[in-house]
Ligand binder design. Structure first.
Ligand code: SAM
Length: 224
C-alpha cells in the first residue's frame, strides 16, 4: 500500500510514523507513507493556504487551489481520496479493513474551519471521522486512521500480535487477558488459562468476549 498525506503540519503526523509497528512496516516495505506540506502547493510569496468564508462567519477556510493541485499531482487510477472530517462516516474496524485493501490512499487533513466545499464535491471519494468530537487539525485524525489501516496489512502484525482476536474483528469485544505471574498481590489468573486445555481455554474466552460485550457494548450484539 502507498499513502500520500496532505497536511499543513507534517511534523504532527510524522511522530506516529517513527515509532514501533508503523515504523517497522515502512522499513520492511509493507507500506510507503509520504507526508506533504500543502504550503508547497501555493504559488504566492506568503504561501497562503486559507481565506475568509463567503457570507461571513468566524474563522478561516482552507482554499481549494493547493489541495486540488496536490491531489491531481498524486492521484492514480487506483487511488482513493479521503478527507478527514468530523462530518464523515465514523471509522470502524470494518471500514479500516475495507481501506486496507486499497492500493493507494490520498488523505487530506483539514485545519481552521475545514476545507472549501468544492474539495469534497470534486476530489473526495470518502469522508472519515474518528469520532463525534472536533479536533483542531486533521493530521491527528489521519494518524489514527493510518494506524488502524496499516496494522491490518498482510505481514504488519506478526502471529504473536495477530489482529484476529482484536475487539470488533468478530463483532465482539475481546475478553480479559493475563500474563505472568500467576498470582499478583493476591489476584490470581483463572485456573482454566493455566490448564493447557486449548478447547476449554477457547470456550472460556468466547464466553468472556460475549459477557464483556453484553456489559459494555450491548449495541454490538445483534441477537441478544
Ligand atoms: N468546522 C468544521 C466542522 O464543524 O465540521 C470542523 C473543523 S476542525 C476544527 C479542523 C479539521 O480537523 C477538520 O477539517 C478535519 O480535517 C479535522 N478533524 C476535526 N475533528 C475530526 C474528527 N472527529 N474526525 C476527523 N477529522 C477531524
Amino acid at each position: 500500500m502507498e499513502i500520500d498525506v496532505l497536511t499543513l503540519f507534517p511534523r504532527i503526523f510524522e511522530g506516529p510514523l517513527e515509532e514501533s509497528i508503523l515504523k517497522r512496516a515502512q522499513s520492511r516495505g509493507l507500506v510507503v507513507v509520504r507526508v506533504h506540506n500543502l504550503r508547497d502547493f501555493t504559488h504566492d510569496k506568503h504561501r497562503v493556504v486559507d481565506d475568509k468564508p463567503y457570507g461571513g462567519g468566524p474563522g478561516m477556510l482552507m482554499k481549494p487551489e493547493p489541495i486540488f493541485e496536490a491531489v491531481e499531482k498524486f492521484r492514480r487510477t487506483d487511488s482513493r481520496v479521503v478527507l478527514m472530517t468530523p462530518q464523515g462516516s465514523p471509522l470502524t474496524q470494518a471500514r479500516a479493513e475495507e481501506f486496507s485493501r486499497v492500493a493507494h490512499l490520498i488523505i487530506i487533513c483539514g485545519h481552521y474551519e475545514g476545507v472549501d466545499e468544492r474539495v469534497r464535491a470534486a476530489l473526495v471519494n470518502d469522508e472519515v471521522s474518528i469520532g463525534d468530537y472536533v479536533l483542531t487539525n486533521g493530521a491527528l485524525a489521519a494518524a489514527v486512521f493510518v494506524d488502524a489501516v496499516v496494522r491490518l496489512l498482510p505481514g504488519v502484525l506478526g502471529d504473536e500480535n495477530s489482529a484476529d482476536d482484536d475487539s470488533f474483528t468478530d463483532g465482539l469485544l475481546e475478553g480479559p487477558q493475563y500474563t505472568r505471574p500467576p498470582e499478583f498481590r493476591g489476584l490470581t489468573v483463572p485456573e482454566v488459562l493455566l490448564s493447557g486445555n486449548h478447547e476449554a481455554i477457547a470456550k472460556w474466552r468466547a464466553e468472556w468476549a460475549r459477557q464483556r460485550t453484553r456489559e459494555r457494548r450491548p449495541d454490538l450484539l445483534k441477537e441478544d
